[in-house]
Design a protein around this ligand. Structure first.
Ligand code: ADP
Ligand code: MG
Length: 466
């Protein structure tokens, strides 16, 4: 009966909604990971006269919360309940078992997503966007995608372990987490643990430092599906590698599904001793390559839709042809374009996209066009010889070819006007500037010329970024 419950319960019930609200704000402020790791298992006990008392699951968590989040919590909590009264935070260690007859202060989620034993070794939360539904399949990732789907449908059966590798920003993390989401949907009781090589290493080191190896092992070996991202970051220390191998083995031998991702193939991983390598060979290895143009366009289209932005298809194509090797950068370029367009209240054009891409070029994320390649491609396109291009002839065809070369180098290389002039047969920098302006004018008047220039650019980008 409610009124016979200890007074503290009522207080906890009052404080809980405020606490939840404060946590959401904290999450926005500090990121989900910190909150999930440290505050998820904390419990608000009471809030009286400006003092918020919360319970942490153990001493480490208490110290950590106090030290790292005490101040922020106090602020956010004050904000969340719209009071100007200063709030102070007290963290206590939660009593082990709740008193008999008292309902637990916070119902434990029946289906823990995280491994149950220890919050100290909690896996990382999954990003809700990284689902199979949001993954665009193309030639470059078809195999890895199919492997991931197969594993998610029948974990521990066919491909164990699944090893996905490929360069940065190609969708490895996305696929790993998509497996996690799918498994969780199908079997909410499955203990899905997603960690990175770094997390594993740091958990292991913590367990040694705090003499909690037992707990570490129980946590790690109690998972049903183990998704380990970026295993190249597993520390090069023998003891960490050993522990990784033991965990791997234990899970493997008990038919738990293991999925690993790395930025390089197994034979280049120092982590891989023969015994681990031979285990991998009994599973499935799938490489993800850079997405081809159509896939990049499809990714951008999807992203534009999710941003509720109507981006013209020639603009999407333009961005997709500029950025070849990293989907994260590809998406960032689109976002930058959307920001520019909304800031300047202008239409999204290829020119605006170029401005958005400028920054990326400066950061070296897009390789500049190569002078010789530009000369060659332009000559071929307009049917002029290199001598004519570099010379002084002023007929229409040669002038246009020259302007296009100038424009391409001006917009897609790191070169200054004088350097471009020098690369095109020693023209003055003012000539280059004039040539570029002239061409821009022409392109505005003549869409077919604009699209020709764009095509050349795409072609050049394609060859220079290989
Ligand atoms: P990696 O782990 O290989 O470095 P990520 O999985 O983090 O790469 O991918 C980088 C970004 O690109 C993420 O936002 C991801 O959602 C997106 N992405 C990568 N590949 C695809 C794809 N095929 N379809 C949709 N989005 C993708
Ligand atoms: Mg990743």
């Amino acid at each position: 009966m409610e009124q016979q419950l200890p007074l503290q319960m009522d207080e906890a019930d009052v404080v809980r909604p405020l606490w939840e609200r404060a946590l959401r704000r904290m999450e926005r402020r500090l990121g989900r990971e910190a909150i999930q790791t440290w505050l998820r298992d904390a419990e608000p006990l009471s809030y009286k006269e400006g003092v918020l008392v919360i319970a942490a699951p153990n001493g480490t968590a208490r110290d950590w919360i106090e030290k790292k989040y005490g101040r922020a919590l106090a602020e956010v909590f004050g904000d969340a309940q719209e009071t100007s009264q200063p709030v102070s935070v007290e963290v206590v260690v939660r009593a082990q078992a709740p008193e008999k007859g008292r309902k637990p202060a916070r119902p434990k989620p029946e289906l823990p997503r995280q491994a149950p034993v220890s919050s100290l070794f909690a896996p990382l939360p999954l990003n809700e966007k990284y689902t199979f539904e949001n993954f665009v399949v193309g030639q470059s990732n078809r195999f890895a995608h199919a492997g991931a789907v197969a594993v998610a449908e029948r974990p521990g059966r066919h491909f164990n372990p699944l090893f996905i590798y490929g360069g940065v920003g190609l969708g490895k993390t996305h696929l790993l987490q998509a497996i996690g989401h799918r498994l969780q949907e199908q079997n909410p009781r499955a203990r899905v643990a997603y960690v990175s090589g770094e997390t594993f290493t740091s958990h292991f080191i913590t367990s040694l430092r705090e003499s909690r190896e037992e707990e570490f092992r129980r946590t790690y070996r109690g998972v049903d599906i183990w998704l380990v991202d970026d295993i190249q970051f597993i520390a090069d220390k023998t003891s960490t590698k050993e522990e990784f191998f033991h965990t791997f083995n234990e899970l493997y031998l008990t038919n738990r599904q293991i999925v690993l991702a790395a930025d390089r193939p197994p034979k280049e991983l120092r982590l891989m001793e023969d015994r681990l390598r031979s285990r991998l060979e009994s599973g499935l290895m799938a490489e993800i390559g850079p997405p081809e143009l159509e896939t990049r366009v499809a990714i951008l289209e999807r992203r534009a839709i999710s941003e509720q932005a109507a981006v013209p298809s020639d603009v999407l194509l333009h961005i997709a042809s500029m950025i070849e090797t990293n989907v994260r950068v590809l998406e960032a370029a689109l976002i930058r374009l959307l920001a520019l367009a909304s800031l300047n209240r202008t239409e999204m054009t290829v020119e605006l996209a170029d401005r958005a891409l400028q920054a990326f070029r400066q950061e070296g994320r897009i390789r500049p066009l190569d002078v010789e390649a530009v000369r060659r491609v332009v000559c071929q396109q307009f049917g002029v010889s290199e001598d004519e291009l570099l010379g002084e002839r002023r007929d229409k065809k040669t002038s246009l070819a020259r302007q296009v070369a100038m424009y391409l180098l001006r917009t897609h290389s790191e070169k200054s006007l004088s350097e471009i002039g020098a690369a095109l047969g020693g023209k003055a920098h003012s000539t280059v500037l004039y040539g570029c302006q002239k061409l821009e004018q022409e392109m505005r008047r003549d869409p077919s010329l604009a699209s020709l220039v764009r095509r050349l650019c795409t072609q050049l980008m394609g060859s220079s970024n290989k």
